[in-house]
Ligand binder design. Structure first.
Ligand code: NAP
Length: 250
């Protein structure tokens, strides 16, 4: 049976663990050639090994999303190795707790979450326009949609990603490029673990507010991304798909 993403070339950022790792593994299982990138290349190797052992084609790259030169180098390397770039998943992100009046974390969070995604756009979208094909998924968060007072810059950055997701849709359709966002709810990763510790919050408290009765797993997000970057989702663009077990519907 033909795999959904056979021969497509995908770049996933922040893919050494967590949601990015699950996305890289899922896209590879669907037949894509995956470029596993993160700020630390060495840490990506275990993901690369797992994909290769399952028969997939992939390699790793150091890509600090805040660094324009890293993005440009990534384009050169991926085009040399695989010839094209069909899929970009802007997943890399950081989160931190802030008190009102503390401005010390604003630059860093906006740099990675928002500027990092915008640099990806500026460097990768021209390649997709030349190819007349592209699927982009930006990882936002339900933090952009609900009132959580302890993560203001994170929430703003994820809201910015939604604005960015919609901004080029009008002009990209004619180039056969789809851009969508996925907004995860609470997903079991190091980021969530660190945040809960800093907030002094228990998992039980969160689970009570989730209709599906569990915290999400990285693969819940990976499944949504794999659909959005496939040709089955060809008529979906400019959308934000919430994957939160029903949390924001309550
Ligand atoms: P994670 O486990 O912390 O993974 C994030 C990855 O991004 C890490 O490998 C991290 O590396 C990397 N990264 C950080 N700064 C980077 C940079 N400048 N360039 C490239 N990579 C960088 O987090 P996650 O939970 O999987 O989150 C993935 C995405 O989902 C993020 O955008 C996050 O905001 C979003 N999200 C997560 C949740 C959740 O509940 N987990 C909910 C909503 C949205 P280092 O460890 O070296 O920093």
């Amino acid at each position: 049976m033909n795999k959904k993403l056979a021969d497509k070339v995908a770049i996933v950022t922040g893919a050494m663990r967590g949601i990015g790792e699950a996305i890289a593994l899922k896209l590879a299982r669907e037949g894509a050639k995956v470029v596993v990138t993160d700020i630390d290349k060495e840490e990506c190797e275990k993901v690369v090994e797992e994909i290769k052992q399952a028969g997939g084609d992939c390699f790793s790259l150091k890509l600090d999303v805040t660094n324009r030169e890293d993005w440009e180098e990534a384009v050169r390397t991926v085009k040399e190795r695989f010839g094209r770039i069909d899929i970009l998943v802007n997943n890399a992100g950081i989160a931190d707790v802030e008190e009102l009046g503390d401005c010390s974390k604003i630059d860093k969070i906006l740099d990675v979450n928002l500027k990092g995604t915008m640099l990806g756009y500026n460097v990768i979208l021209p390649v997709m326009i030349d190819q007349k094909y592209g699927k982009v998924v930006n990882i936002s968060s339900i933090a952009a949609m609900v009132s959580w007072s302890k993560i203001p810059t994170y929430s703003a950055s994820k809201g910015g990603i939604i604005g960015l997701t919609k901004c080029y849709v009008g002009s990209l359709g004619q180039h056969n490029i789809n851009v969508n966002a996925v907004a995860p709810g609470a997903i079991e990763t190091k980021m969530l673990d660190d945040l809960l510790k800093k907030l002094g919050m228990s998992r039980e408290l969160i689970i009570q507010a989730i209709p599906k009765g569990r915290i999400g797993e990285p693969k819940d997000i990976a499944n949504a991304v794999a659909f959005l970057v496939s040709d089955e989702a060809d008529y979906i663009t400019g959308q934000v798909i919430v994957v939160d077990g029903g949390y924001t519907s309550m």
